[in-house]
Design a protein around this ligand. Structure first.
Ligand SMILES: [Zn+2]
Length: 431
């Protein structure tokens, strides 16, 4: 066998996929072999994804990660590893606000008590920075950390930030679209999906954007998070718009909570300006009122234009090109294989405008931008996604008052609730 590092750390393998040489080496290192299924109240469950198996001879739920038959056996590698002591861990010269420091204290407390914790922070509050001292604490204990998000884009954005502040620590980035093969690292940045491949592997699990698709409604992924945690480990959930289930766990005192109403720069969240259109956005090419506003915006702003769907975005992009032939822009969506490069182009100011679906509603930070949502009343948007989208604006210290505009044909509940919640968060900071 060539590289032990590619196997260790609480990884779950189907015994069928390993050669006998690898198996015997891993057994020497403490790996254990288990049946691929277990029974509870006459129901058969898959040991890898913890989901029930009914009527089939294999697990349908986690089949994307390789087929597990009910008569297969799994090999699970040991995770009780100690990482080397380092001369320096966190290298960051930023300063935490008083609110963030309170959050750090609460997180450290939860970590010491092996208690799960929710950080409920407005967009742009600096929740990632708040986790740095927690990560450092675990690193000092020679422990292992996973930082996960349901969204690949969020993982890709987080990875270089962590590499920068923990320059002496081994850090890996693992997701379905990455070429990097799994290997043992002290910090692993990965999509929540990847956690299905682990059992009792991490001392600290940080789950970013816990309310976002596809984690929000996936029982399998929620189980995967809990399964990947060591018995003595802790989970930190991060969200600007936490799901009901987590809030009720806080209320039932199963997990502890930190609330941050204020952005790191101390300025309020930009409140969306609402524009009722009496004609559709594509009326006369581009609705004249909208077109006038876009003309003004394109004079001296970089703009994010949000659309409810890919077809609407693509149709609009043709019109935009016709009406503003000199404008530089890109379109991105979940179906776009060049999405990451295009986002990078916008970030580097090679193009002035980015047209996007909800794929960029969270996890991305640009400075000095105007945010415009078209058809904000569409069913593809929700209160939560409108709050997240509005949260893309005003993230820089020197551009805290970036503008957010919602355009719609019908003023509906999601628009009303999103605006009301942003306003109420801003009121909280004044108290
Ligand atoms: Zn399964």
């Amino acid at each position: 066998m060539t590289n032990l590092e590619e196997y260790l750390g609480g990884r779950i393998f189907n015994l069928r996929d390993l050669d006998s040489d690898t198996i015997s080496t891993l057994l020497v290192y403490g790996a254990k072999i288990y049946s691929a299924t277990y029974q509870e109240d006459k129901q058969v469950y898959c040991r890898r994804c913890l989901m029930p198996i009914s009527e089939t001879k294999y697990c349908r739920n986690c089949i994307n990660l390789g087929k597990i038959n009910t008569d297969d056996r799994l090999l699970i590698t040991p995770s009780g590893l100690k990482f080397p002591v380092q001369s320096q861990y966190l290298k960051w010269d930023g300063k935490l606000t008083t609110n963030q420091e309170t959050g750090v204290r609460e997180l450290t407390e939860a970590f010491k008590k092996h208690r799960d914790h929710l950080v409920w922070a407005v967009t742009g509050a600096g929740k990632t920075e708040m986790t740095f001292p927690l990560i450092e604490q675990a690193l000092k204990n020679q422990q292992r950390i996973a930082i996960c998000s349901p969204r690949v884009d969020v993982c890709i954005e987080l990875f270089p930030r962590l590499q920068k502040v923990f320059p002496n620590t081994s850090i890996g980035l693992f997701h379905g679209q990455s070429l990097e093969k799994y290997h043992l690292t002290q910090i692993s940045v990965m999509t929540v999906h990847q956690l299905i491949r682990f059992e009792k592997a991490f001392d600290v699990l940080i789950v970013d954007e816990v309310d976002s698709y596809p984690l929000a409604r996936s029982l399998m992924l929620h189980k995967a998070i809990k399964k990947a945690k060591k018995k003595t480990g802790m989970i930190t959930y991060l969200s600007a718009t936490p799901p009901k289930e987590l809030i009720s766990e806080v209320q039932n005192k199963k997990i502890s909570l930190t609330k941050l109403y204020q952005r790191f720069h101390g300025h309020p969240l930009p409140e969306p300006r609402c524009h009722l259109l009496f004609k559709k956005i594509d009326f006369l090419g581009i609705n004249p009122r909208l077109k006038f506003h876009l003309q003004q915006a394109f004079k001296n702003h970089r703009v994010m234009l949000f659309f409810p769907s890919i077809p609407e975005m693509l149709a609009f992009s043709k019109k935009l090109h016709r009406e503003f032939p000199n404008l530089t822009f890109v379109t991105v969506s979940s179906k776009d294989p060049q999405r990451l490069e295009k986002v990078q182009k916008f970030r580097e100011r090679q193009v002035q405008v980015i047209l996007t679906t909800t794929i960029l509603e969270r996890g991305v930070t640009f400075k000095k931008i105007m945010v415009i949502v078209l058809n904000a009343d569409a069913k593809e948007f929700s209160k939560t996604s409108l709050i997240q989208i509005a949260g893309r604006a005003g993230r820089g210290k020197d551009s805290f008052d970036d503008e957010v505009h919602f355009y719609y044909y019908y003023y509906n509940l999601q628009i009303k609730q999103a605006c009301a919640e942003i306003n109420s968060l801003n009121q909280q900071t004044k108290k």
